[in-house]
Design a protein around this ligand. Structure first.
Ligand SMILES: Nc1ncnc2c1ncn2[C@@H]1O[C@H](COP(=O)(O)OP(=O)(O)OP(=O)(O)O)[C@@H](O)[C@H]1O
Length: 227
């Protein structure tokens, strides 16, 4: 039996519930991500992609349905419990890198590990190893502003994976890059993910990139459909 890392069951989400301007964004979303699987999430603008990623990443709670990570149902739990699970089990990547500008590339990857109790030296060893996998270890001491857009995103991938999460959630991770760079950076992301066995849910408008993942799910009228 495959090992499901992230499961959404019947997830529903409203904005402005009960008001005249109520929006029923998610209408029963079901999703199971297997360990080691990369899944593309394709959605028209405004379909609820960000809402879905926030709920899957335990940043927001559904109005109905369940979210479980590693078999633990977390959607109904306290904020503290969800925050702890998020720090341990979820890595986020956004369209813009959101690296801390006053810290080096390596420090940006070491800090989240140190926040989880890892000693600085060990956090830096892991950081350098991750940077090596995406070919940016020679830039470890540079601050984000001194890196190219592609390098910044590679560092952001390493940061997302720093604490060895079970699940990576990515929102247009190469959407800010020119097409050639986007392709290379996406390859680096795929290799990084493939080497770990974690699951990745990657929102993208780029259908070529989507087709390179293990499967594609489409958010339509508040539900997920295959392909
Ligand atoms: N806080 C909010 N209050 C009211 N409506 C909201 C709120 N946040 C989002 N919405 C509405 O819910 C729907 C889904 O929003 P969401 O941001 O999840 O879409 P999206 O698919 O990520 O869009 P895009 O790809 O354009 O960023 C949209 O119609 C949006 O206007």
């Amino acid at each position: 039996m495959s090992d499901v890392t992230l499961r959404l069951n019947g997830v529903e989400k409203f904005y402005n519930k009960g008001l005249a301007n109520e929006v029923h964004v998610l209408r029963g979303v079901d999703l199971a991500l297997n360990a080691g699987e990369m899944v593309a999430l394709v959605a028209p603008s405004g379909a609820g992609k960000s809402t879905l990623l926030h709920i899957a990443g335990l940043l927001d709670t559904p109005d109905a349905g369940e979210v479980s990570v590693g078999g633990d149902v977390l959607s109904g739990r306290t904020d503290r419990r969800r925050t702890n699970a998020r720090r341990r089990d979820i890595g986020f990547v956004y369209q813009f890198h959101h690296l801390l500008p006053e810290f080096s590339a390596l420090e940006n990857i070491a800090l989240p590990q140190m926040a989880n109790g890892v000693a600085k030296a060990a956090a830096e060893i892991r950081g350098l190893e991750l940077l090596g996998k995406v070919g940016v270890d020679h830039r470890a001491g540079h601050r984000p502003a001194a890196l190219s857009g592609g390098e910044q995103q590679r560092v952001a991938f390493c940061r997302a994976l720093a604490n060895a999460p079970r699940v990576m959630l990515a929102d247009e991770p190469t959407g800010n890059l020119d097409p050639g760079t986007s392709d290379q950076v996406f390859e680096a992301l795929m290799e990084l993910v493939r080497g770990t066995g974690l699951s990745a849910l990657v929102a993208t408008h780029n259908l070529d990139l989507a087709a390179r993942m293990d499967r594609v799910v489409r958010l339509e009228d508040g539900v997920l459909v295959q392909g």
